[in-house]
Design a protein around this ligand. Structure first.
Ligand SMILES: CC(C)(COP(=O)(O)OP(=O)(O)OC[C@H]1O[C@@H](n2cnc3c(N)ncnc32)[C@H](O)[C@@H]1OP(=O)(O)O)[C@@H](O)C(=O)NCCC(=O)NCCS
Length: 288
């Protein structure tokens, strides 16, 4: 098997977004160029170029505060798989995270998990990826809670609300998503104006992605998901920790299907990251 020593691992910067995008398209993933540009600008990319000059593999480390970094976009083009490239890139990403003194986290696909387990990653909780076309049923927020669009002035409070519940520090990601496209960013507030939940989203290559959804309760989360799904064009994808049964039941009621799932994993311990009580949807496996 190849190793980092023999693999020619090269940095991927945001200017190379268009050149690496075909890797996620080949895998059938939803990221568009705006996603790649944002992720490569906010994080550090590493990959391999083939003899034909094209990118054959990618990986990415996205800092989520000083103590946690997300590894994502681990992609190897089909005819280069099972040769150790994925493992080599993973090792390069792990070095990067360790040298920053952080813990590595990721959301593993079924294909990715076999390479993460031998590297020491352990499971935190399973997540289901759901696809649905439209919100058929309306869900009113609980009494006393209002849902309204997020504006730029809300962003500092949103980041403060998110941090302890998501166990991640991601103000730049929240700001990027909130400001990227109107109609996908909604906040729930109680009668005193305190934030009790929010949903963000983004347009994608094949579907509108809903998430993250962080909320005080499942009832608030459902009202937020419904609001975003009514205001933005479908079809939709959303990644929901499997523990949230009411969200699952509502999605099934909308005709949603779940063709695959992920496992949230870490290498080392990240305080609070194993607790999905208030995390009703991921920002996406690539963003945490
Ligand atoms: C997952 C992926 C990156 C692996 O890349 P790779 O270069 O093939 O991985 P490696 O060659 O380093 O595999 C290392 C080991 O993992 C295991 N492994 C890899 N792919 C596997 C598979 N499909 N089924 C079972 N085990 C697998 C094997 O033990 C393999 O060692 P071996 O080939 O000596 O038996 C690649 O399959 C891919 O791009 N898949 C689609 C995108 C994806 O799911 N990415 C993961 C995101 S979390």
């Amino acid at each position: 098997m190849a190793s980092t020593e023999v693999l020619d691992v090269r940095p991927i910067d945001a200017a190379l977004s268009e050149a690496v995008w075909p890797l996620s398209v080949e895998a059938g993933w939803n990221q568009n160029l705006a996603d790649w540009r944002f992720m490569l600008g906010a994080g550090r990319g590493f990959g391999c170029v083939g003899p034909d000059g094209r990118w054959h593999a990618s990986s990415l480390v996205l800092p989520l505060g000083q103590k946690l970094a997300w590894i994502s976009m681990v992609l190897v083009t089909k005819d280069r798989r099972r040769g150790g490239v994925g493992t080599g890139l993973l090792k390069r990403c792990i070095e990067e995270v360790r040298s920053a003194g952080a813990v590595a986290g990721l959301d593993a696909t079924e294909q990715g998990r076999p390479i993460y387990l031998p590297l020491g990653f352990h499971d935190l909780y399973p997540i289901a990826r759901w696809h649905f076309d439209a919100a058929r049923d309306t869900v009113a927020p609980p009494a006393g809670v209002i849902v309204r669009p997020i504006g730029p002035a809300d962003l500092p409070r949103l980041a403060l609300y998110d941090r302890p519940l998501a166990a991640m520090e991601r103000p730049a990601i929240l700001a990027h998503l909130a400001l990227r496209q109107p109609g996908r960013a909604w906040v729930a507030e109680d009668a005193a104006g305190k934030i009790v939940g929010f949903v963000l989203g983004r347009e994608g290559r094949t579907a509108t992605s809903l998430g993250p959804v962080v909320a005080d309760s499942e009832a608030i989360a459902l009202a937020l998901i419904m609001r975003a799904a009514t205001a933005a064009p479908g079809p939709f994808i959303i990644d929901v920790p499997t523990a949230h049964r009411a969200v699952r039941a509502w999605l099934e009621g909308q005709g949603a299907v779940s063709p695959r799932g992920y496992m949230r994993m870490t290498l080392g311990d990240a305080k609070g990251l194993d607790d999905a009580t208030h995390v009703f949807a991921l920002a996406g496996p690539e963003l945490g």
